[in-house]
Design a binder for this molecule. Structure first.
Ligand code: SF4
Length: 153
């Protein structure tokens, strides 16, 4: 979820990252003066894995979601975290099914972008209302269970 556009829209490269190396490894970078980012879904996210794991950017190395932090601190067990991850992924799959029933969207875009497109392309109807409610629930779960404040990470 932290690589496929569910949690983040883009990631900022850090001074210790080498844009040249990351680009040569296939990471699609977006450069502006003083700021280099890469969009999510990440171009290195393949088959549910990081294709450049050993050379991944600094932010990817440092990021710990709330589940990982809670397991590391002993607040929850790994199996509890895995259950939360699995149930969230299942809810996300259900949202994606709702999107696909409503309209055509680009499967290479992140969840939030796909929802925005689906809502923009759909007239008010029961399915649209259900999609909005489902997305609201997902965002609330992502905030409560996965996203972290910068200072926590
Ligand atoms: S570089 Fe690897 S760890 Fe970082 S977002 Fe992309 S797939 Fe995920």
């Amino acid at each position: 979820m932290c690589c496929d556009g569910t949690l983040f829209h883009s990631v900022v490269l850090q001074p210790s990252d080498s844009p040249r190396t990351l680009s040569s490894l296939g990471l699609t970078l977006k450069r502006k003066p003083g700021l280099t980012t890469f969009r999510q879904p990440c171009s290195a996210h393949q088959n549910n894995q990081c294709a450049i794991y050993e050379n991944r950017p600094q932010r990817c190395r440092l990021f710990n979601c709330q589940q990982l932090l809670r397991v590391a601190s002993g607040e929850i067990t790994q199996s509890v975290a895995q259950e939360t991850i699995a149930s969230t992924r299942e809810k996300i799959s259900q949202v994606v099914e709702k999107i696909e029933r409503l309209t055509e969207t680009n499967p290479n875009q992140g969840l939030t972008q796909r929802i925005s497109v689906a809502l923009a392309n759909t007239a008010p109807c029961l399915e649209r209302t259900e999609l909005e409610a489902a997305m609201s629930e997902i965002q609330s779960i992502l905030e409560k269970e996965f996203r972290v404040r910068e200072e926590d990470n």
